[in-house]
Design a binder for this molecule. Structure first.
Ligand code: NDP
Ligand code: 2IT
Length: 444
């Protein structure tokens, strides 16, 4: 049996009931076969076995009290996956679906994503099965304080630097930071995505969405095309989706649909982003309200239907496995030509195969959504240097990073004989840097 197959089989056996982790590991390991064949020293050093095993997994209890005085207990997680090229770095997700399998898939992806940014950050991820929906500000604060009262001892500006993800935005980072500072008595860059008055960076809020558009724009550009006049469907209506929409629209695209976890809106005239921002960022409401406020829009219950809308470019920006084989086939039938993954692992393995076989330009998550964590690393740099860069400066760096990622994954794919296969290109380019560092460190 080949090395990658052995490692994958062993991983599935030793980590049963972790389907998302298996999925991410399968995607990554199968594409690394040509690399480990070229480097037999990796097998001798047990490199892949170490790569897929987190350096540390922290699991903890998060007790908190709601506004009625009722006690709740949630699970807290931090998976410190790989620190070969820098301190652990990756977001925190608060969503009822969170479990160890999901945090491990996100952590594994994060290692290679962070490597692709070209910046010195290792991979980690964390979160809780806490459901923030419908909770008051006080309840969110109480939960965040309890979460940090355990997490603080495991993180640090040079050790592990969490940030946001689903359900964790500026408000939550503020409460988490406040509690860390109170316990540790230090004002340091221990979290990114901080507010601009206490160490945050300009552009971090916009970064993942903007970055997704910058890399897609580069993929269009090398093919003699642009966003101008293209019809775009974006799933989700959270942080990533909103700023992907903003940048795509500014480049002349027509975004016709967005969704939240309950349903989607289709607006043939083009989504009015100010209305979406007001509903989602200000009122924390449901996307359904968009159709009540905008005459040209219609609302449909359920999410899957969004992929039946014809578009040139599809940008899944909500969650894992939102595009399955059937949805991919419909998208292709309706003429989609570019898919850029804003969310982490939004396409199933079968869906990716459909896109690749149909000649769709497919930009995988770890490359396409790396702009968020890249700008987090720029926030870390500003914190350590006691500096504050202008919006234009950070935005320019972000764009350069995304353009470089596109060309690096393109070249890696070509070098290994898989031209145009950016899943191969991203995994290989991301892995080589981490593998080289791990080899240099000895068996640790
Ligand atoms: P938000 O919490 O801001 O928004 C998430 C959006 O996705 C909401 O519209 C939410 O709907 C929807 N959603 C979440 N879970 C589901 C689900 N199970 N089914 C259907 N819809 C769902 O999160 P972000 O925008 O930050 O994150 C979106 C994706 O992007 C995630 O995959 C995340 O891992 C990834 N990502 C985020 C980065 C960041 O910097 N924030 C960086 C890189 C990747 P509802 O409000 O109804 O729950
Ligand atoms: O998936 C991701 O890259 C993020 N949620 C952002 C992580 C970060 O540390 O900025």
């Amino acid at each position: 049996m080949k090395y990658v197959e052995k490692v994958l089989e062993n991983l599935k056996e030793r980590n049963p009931n972790e389907p998302e982790f298996h999925q991410a590991a399968t995607e990554i390991l199968t594409t690394l076969a040509p690399v480990v064949e070229k480097h037999p020293e990796y097998e001798a050093a047990g490199l892949l076995e170490r790569f897929v095993e987190p350096e540390r997994v922290v699991l903890f209890r998060v007790p908190w009290t709601d506004d009625c005085g009722k006690v709740h207990v949630n699970k807290g997680y931090r998976v410190q996956f790989n620190s070969a090229i820098g301190p652990y770095k990756g977001g925190l997700r608060f969503h009822p679906s969170v479990n160890l399998s999901i945090i491990k898939f996100l952590g594994l992806e994060q290692i290679l994503k962070n490597s692709l940014t070209g910046l010195p950050i290792g991979g980690g991820k964390g979160g809780s099965d806490f459901d923030p929906k419908g909770r008051s500000d006080r309840e969110i604060m109480t939960f965040c304080q309890s979460f940090m009262t355990e997490l603080y001892r495991h993180i640090g500006a040079d050790t592990d630097v969490p940030a946001g993800d689903i359900g964790v935005g500026g408000r939550e980072i503020g409460y988490l930071f406040g509690q860390y500072k109170r316990i540790r008595d230090e004002h340091v860059g221990v979290l990114t995505g901080r507010g601009l008055t206490y160490g945050g960076s300009l552009v971090r809020t916009e970064a993942t969405g903007y970055g997704l558009i910058y890399i897609t724009e580069e993929a269009l550009k090398v093919r003699g095309e642009s966003f101008k006049g293209k019809t775009v469907v974006i799933s989700g209506s959270g942080n990533v989706a909103i700023y992907a929409c903003e940048k795509a629209q500014s480049l002349g695209a027509k975004v016709v649909a967005m969704y939240d976890s309950q349903g989607y809106v289709y607006d043939a005239d083009g989504i009015k982003l100010d209305v979406i921002k007001d509903i989602k960022e200000v009122k924390r409401g449901r996307i359904k309200e968009y159709a009540q406020r905008v005459k040209s829009a219609e609302y449909k219950e359920g999410c899957k239907g969004i992929w039946t809308i014809a578009c040139d470019i599809a940008l899944p920006c909500a969650t894992q496995n939102e595009i399955d084989k059937e949805s991919a086939e419909i998208l292709v039938k309706n003429g989609v030509r570019y898919v850029g993954e804003g969310a982490n692992m939004p396409s199933t393995l079968e869906a990716i195969e459909v896109f690749q076989k149909s000649g769709v330009v497919f930009l995988p998550a770890k490359a396409a959504n790396a702009g968020g964590v890249a700008t987090s690393a720029l926030e870390m740099a500003q914190s350590s240097g006691r500096m504050f860069w202008s919006f234009e400066e950070v935005d320019k760096k972000l764009k350069n990073i995304m353009v470089n990622i596109y060309h690096n994954i393109d070249e890696a794919a070509k070098e290994y004989g898989y031209e145009g296969n950016y899943v191969m290109g991203a995994n290989i380019a991301g892995f080589i840097k981490v593998a080289t560092a791990m080899m240099a460190h000895g068996i640790v």
